[in-house]
Design a protein around this ligand. Structure first.
Ligand SMILES: [Zn+2]
Length: 136
């Protein structure tokens, strides 16, 4: 699986604007006219934004499971590609052994006490911080 940051993906594959909604947006919904339009496209031009175990990412091709929305790009993808959008990282507060679940302590780090931090990934620098340097 080839991994690409969002800004490079955007420049390389060029998502088209969704003309159906009349708004200046790239996302296509998973139902109705927008879905019908997505299904008329070649799979090589379709991308699925999905909510996985690790976080949210845009992956090449049409997928049903865990889908959030779709994108259609001018340029076709040629190999399985993942564009990480956000990663859910376990907070350090979850490593404390004696957490009292009945009275969770407010944690400044994850801002809730739920124990997860959402990290947004937009650039290659941010992506490499999470995954380490990529082999391109
Ligand atoms: Zn925390």
């Amino acid at each position: 699986m080839y991994r690409l940051p969002y800004d490079e993906w955007f420049d390389k594959y060029q998502p088209i604007i969704n003309e159906i909604t009349g708004d200046e947006q790239y996302q296509f919904e998973t139902y109705g006219d927008e879905l019908q339009y997505v299904l008329q496209q070649d799979d090589k031009h379709i991308w699925t934004e999905m909510d996985g175990d690790q976080g949210v990412s845009i992956v090449s091709g049409y997928h049903l499971v865990n889908r959030i929305q779709y994108y259609i790009t001018v340029k076709p993808w040629t190999e399985d590609t993942e564009v990480p959008i956000s990663i859910d990282k376990q907070c350090d507060c979850q490593e404390a052994i004696d957490i009292d679940l009945d009275s969770p302590v407010y944690c400044n780090e994850c801002e809730s006490g739920e124990g997860y931090i959402t990290i947004w990934i937009d650039t290659r620098e941010e992506m490499e911080e999470i995954y380490g340097p990529q082999n391109v």
